[in-house]
Design a protein around this ligand. Structure first.
Ligand SMILES: NC(=O)c1ccc[n+]([C@@H]2O[C@H](COP(=O)([O-])OP(=O)(O)OC[C@H]3O[C@@H](n4cnc5c(N)ncnc54)[C@H](OP(=O)(O)O)[C@@H]3O)[C@@H](O)[C@H]2O)c1
Length: 231
């Protein structure tokens, strides 16, 4: 049985890596998917991979650090579909490693501008619409990173994601909109690198379980995709 038929999802950063897997997982459940990359052509592979599932696949593009790109994406989705059921805030970067003493204000700001503010903006745009309809699932990609001081701006940006997720969940409690943070595990992607513990495919099925929760399911929680393999 396909459990997300009739639903539409946006997955930011679904041109490759974890976002691509999330798009596949959603399509397998019958969900229509709006995929995204910095450039439309970056998403060609994902689009091709989704064809076998027979769902509607749409594409939006742009660098999410640009406020106008976010405005254009929100305006396109609302005018074309009139709703968004599921939002995966997946796009992020990981900056270069350095001794923690050497990170500049700009190093931190660069990670917050890529990993935190676009996520906040997209939540602020779509959560009120979801609340009005009494249904929505927002999944914010977090990280289990710890004891990695040489990646402090990245880790800090993910701690910000966790706190914002908790706060937004509290604001939406009981509305039918659930907001949770997903730790995908350390995965072999461009960001995770070749020495990561898990294959990228292992983010499934966990990543999709968060979209399948009933309205009384977890809200404001930090959930590990890898835990779903031992259940
Ligand atoms: N891999 C891991 O081990 C791991 C562990 C914990 C958490 N995570 C989190 O999981 C998520 C996905 O990571 P990943 O490993 O799949 O990364 P990835 O392979 O490097 O893919 C990153 C994706 O984000 C997009 N992106 C990055 N910055 C963007 C921006 N400013 N505007 C628009 N799109 C942007 C990229 O688009 P383009 O292709 O167009 O550049 C790409 O689709 C991230 O939030 C990451 O922090 C990953």
């Amino acid at each position: 049985m396909k459990r997300l038929e009739g639903k539409i999802a946006l997955v930011t950063g679904s041109s490759r890596g974890i976002g691509q897997q999330i798009a596949i997982g959603l399509a397998r459940e019958g969900c229509d998917v709006i995929i995204h990359g910095r450039k439309k052509e970056n998403t060609n592979k994902t689009k091709e991979l989704l064809t076998e599932y027979g769902v509607k696949v749409d594409v939006v593009e742009g660098d999410l650090t640009q406020e106008q790109v976010i405005k254009d994406i929100v305006s396109y989705i609302t005018s074309t579909y009139g709703k968004l059921d599921i939002l995966y805030n997946n796009a992020a970067i990981q900056g270069k490693q350095k001794p923690i003493w050497e990170f500049t204000k700009e190093d931190f700001e660069h990670e917050f501008e890529n990993n935190f503010y676009p996520l906040v903006r997209l939540c602020q745009a779509f959560a009120p619409m979801m609340q009005e309809r009494g249904y929505g699932r927002i999944i914010n990609l977090s990280s289990g990173i710890k004891n990695e001081p040489n990646l402090s701006p990245y880790g800090t940006s993910k701690a910000m994601v966790d706190k914002f997720t908790e706060d937004l969940a509290a604001a939406l409690n009981g509305s039918g909109v659930l907001v949770n943070a997903l730790d995908p595990g350390w995965l072999k992607t461009d960001l995770g690198g070749p020495h990561a513990w898990h294959e990228v495919e292992s983010v499934l099925p966990g990543a999709i379980e968060l979209a399948l929760y009933d309205n009384d399911g977890p809200n404001g929680q930090w959930i590990s995709a890898q835990d779903f393999h031992s259940k």
